[in-house]
Design a protein around this ligand. Structure first.
Ligand SMILES: [Zn+2]
Length: 79
C-alpha cells in the first residue's frame, strides 16, 4: 500500500504483514515489490485489476511454499 502527498511518495506499507518500509526522498530503501493481478473472464473477478505491495520477507515466505519455484530472469540493466 502506497501513500502519496500530492505526487510525492511518502510511505510504503507491506499489505501482507503491515511493515512500514523506509522511504527517503520518494525512494523505498528496502526490498519491496508491487504485484498486479489482472483477472479475466473465467475468474470470479472478471475485469478487476488487483494490486498490492509486499515486502521481501513476505515474498520469500510465500513463494517458498510454492510447489514449483518462481521464474527468475536477470535484468540486463539496473537503474
Ligand atoms: Zn511483509
Amino acid at each position: 500500500m502506497r501513500k502519496y502527498k500530492g505526487n510525492c511518495l511518502t510511505s510504503v506499507i507491506c499489505n501482507c504483514c503491515g511493515k512500514n518500509l523506509v522511504v527517503e526522498r520518494e525512494i523505498v530503501k528496502e526490498g519491496v515489490t508491487r504485484i498486479y493481478a489482472e483477472w479475466d473472464y473465467f475468474s470470479e473477478k472478471d475485469g478487476e485489476i488487483h494490486g498490492f505491495d509486499i515486502c521481501e520477507e513476505c515474498y520469500d515466505r510465500i513463494t517458498s511454499q510454492f510447489k514449483y519455484p518462481v521464474s527468475v530472469v536477470q535484468k540486463t540493466e539496473l537503474l
